[in-house]
Ligand binder design. Structure first.
Ligand code: ADP
Ligand code: MG
Length: 244
């Protein structure tokens, strides 16, 4: 039996009286790579933030890594331990070096010693190819390097699911490739990934499925080739005409 990593059924969310997520049904199996796309404001960030309890949903059911997210502190903590999140703006701790950024959660959450956490951090910093920058502070790194450190920081917790929210949209164009290459490597290792991105070349290369959102709802789900060549809704075709 394949393990379900994400099971959302009839998920709804409101920001006061604004209905931001509408009856979201989404299932993601272990090892599956899903690209989530859609116009700005369609609810992609809100959905991905619900998946690790950064936003609370108000209706429907959500289970992540087999844990029912019930908006209790305990369920949120359990889910956070098993999901890694990478943000558009890196969100590194500015007063910590690259390696310290990657050590903090393994020490605080997993209870590793400093030495153990350093070894883990160095392993993942090598994996994202920033091993020569590990003692620098975020401000001393390029955007592409900062984002790769942020990816290493998430991986250092050995998450079961990696969540990416437009990880390349804040980067200068010449740095997009290095981050996508790193993400492609991670994808090839069988990591379960949900990635909000408009990088359709990346989607074509790594995604098992493209999920298209519009106005708070999932309107299409298809393998990349099918989505790119035979999208069914006018909204998806219009979106593709902008990003392709
Ligand atoms: P996307 O990531 O697809 O661009 P978001 O999930 O960020 O979309 O936002 C979806 C909608 O919810 C937008 O209309 C946005 O303005 C609104 N929204 C997002 N966050 C909040 C918030 N904290 N409070 C109120 N409205 C919000
Ligand atoms: Mg967003």
């Amino acid at each position: 039996m394949t393990e379900m990593m994400i099971e959302a059924a009839g998920l709804n969310k409101y920001f006061s009286d604004f209905h931001v997520l509408r009856n979201i049904d989404l299932q993601v199996k272990s090892g599956e790579r899903v690209v989530l796309c859609g116009p700005s404001g369609s609810g992609k960030s809100t959905l991905i933030r619900c998946l690790n309890g950064l936003e609370l949903h108000q209706g429907g059911k959500l289970a992540v890594c087999g844990i029912a997210l019930t908006n209790t502190r305990r369920s949120i903590d359990l889910v956070r331990r098993r999901t890694g999140m990478v943000f558009q703006n890196f969100n590194l701790f500015p007063h910590m070096t690259a390696v310290e950024n990657c050590m903090i959660a393994p020490m605080r959450v997993r209870g590793l010693t400093r030495e153990e956490a350093r070894a883990v951090a160095e392993t993942y910093l090598r994996r994202v190819h920033v091993e020569d920058q590990i003692n620098k502070y975020p401000a001393q790194l390029s955007g592409g390097q900062q984002q790769r450190v942020a990816i290493a920081r998430a991986l250092a917790m050995s998450p079961d699911v990696m969540l990416f929210d437009e990880p390349t949209s804040a980067l200068d164009p010449e740095m997009v490739g290095e981050v996508l290459d790193t993400m492609t490597e991670i994808a090839s290792e069988g990591t379960t990934m949900i990635c909000v991105t408009h990088e359709m070349g990346f989607a074509r290369k790594i995604a098992d499925r493209v999920v298209f959102m519009d106005a708070g709802a999932i309107v299409e789900t298809a393998p990349p080739e099918e989505f790119f060549t035979q999208s069914r809704t006018p909204r998806a075709r219009e979106f593709l005409s902008w990003v392709m």
